[in-house]
Ligand binder design. Structure first.
Ligand SMILES: [Fe+2]
Length: 284
């Protein structure tokens, strides 16, 4: 049994709903007033009854990244809804990245800009179509193709925004964060275990490694995606996004993905991850 699946759904202590209540209390208190070891193991009905009303911490109000953009990986103001145009983000926080060259980052951003352009193109075409059921086909139809590529371009945009946002900035060390360090350590047994597990996922996949908050069990997991829209788990909010496509590192590191993973970890702004975590616990 691995560290991540040793809880027992159905037992009181491990019940996801009780865990959510405890996490909300921890987030409301900034993560410093509750021992995370008790969060995980001592949730019970009595504790739930005693739970004080959750006060929203200042950190959860008007969250912005170093780039001045909202912290959440999903950006509703960007208009991912039908008929609206998405604007590509800029990432001034990347100017403080060390060990990944500006050329590598700029080429990567150009790729991201292409995804934003295409999601607008695709969703514009979908909006303009009047579906005729007798022309739909699951082997091939223009309508099917548009919907296949819609998720590819949409996730390609969202994942890249989250990736670029959690790099550079103030490069806040994980140990300086209020909640993320404690909760990730609790979940994986130690911080080194977490980093090793994330790196292992990063070396194993062809597209992405994502540390996500699972709203089904209210726990932290590392997930792997081979492409933007393949193996994507439902009910999971990305907290830390790591791009492991070759285009993310080939200019600087050639085929040495391990060196890139080390450089990535040195440049994570953990304050961004910490605020994403608090926001999801309080509002997810
Ligand atoms: Fe990428």
């Amino acid at each position: 049994m691995t560290q991540q699946d040793d809880h027992q759904p159905g037992t009181d202590a491990g019940h996801p709903m009780h865990r959510r209540d405890f996490l909300k209390k921890a987030a409301a208190l900034g993560g410093t007033a509750l021992a995370l070891s008790s969060l995980r193991l001592t949730a019970n009905a009595a504790d739930k009854k005693k739970a004080a009303p959750v006060a929203k911490p200042e950190a959860a109000k008007g969250l912005t990244s170093a780039a001045g953009k909202p912290i959440l990986a999903t950006h509703p103001q960007h208009g991912y809804n039908k008929g609206e145009t998405i604007q590509a983000m800029t990432f001034p926080n990347l100017s403080s990245v060390e060990g990944i060259s500006p050329n590598q980052l700029n080429q990567h951003i150009e790729l991201y800009n292409g995804y934003v352009k295409k999601i607008n193109d695709i969703q514009g075409q979908i909006s303009a179509m009047t579906p005729e059921l007798d022309k739909m086909n699951a082997t091939y139809s223009p309508f099917r193709e548009l919907h296949v590529e819609q998720t590819y371009a949409l996730n390609g945009s969202i994942l890249h925004e989250a990736y670029f946002e959690n790099l550079g900035g103030k490069r806040t060390p994980a140990t300086d964060t209020e909640l993320v360090h404690k909760l990730f350590t609790e979940e994986f047994g130690s911080w080194d275990n977490y980093v090793q597990h994330l790196s292992a996922v990063g070396k194993s996949m062809r597209g992405w490694a994502v540390t996500g908050y699972n709203m089904r069990d209210h726990r932290i997991h590392n997930y792997g995606l081979d492409t933007h829209n393949q193996w994507v788990p439902m009910n999971v909010i990305p907290l830390l996004v790591l791009d492991v496509y070759e285009h993310a590192y080939m200019i600087d590191f050639g085929t040495k993905r391990g060196a890139y993973l080390d450089a990535f970890m040195r440049n994570v702004d953990w304050a961004v991850v910490d605020q994403r975590l608090k926001t999801m616990i309080l509002h997810g």
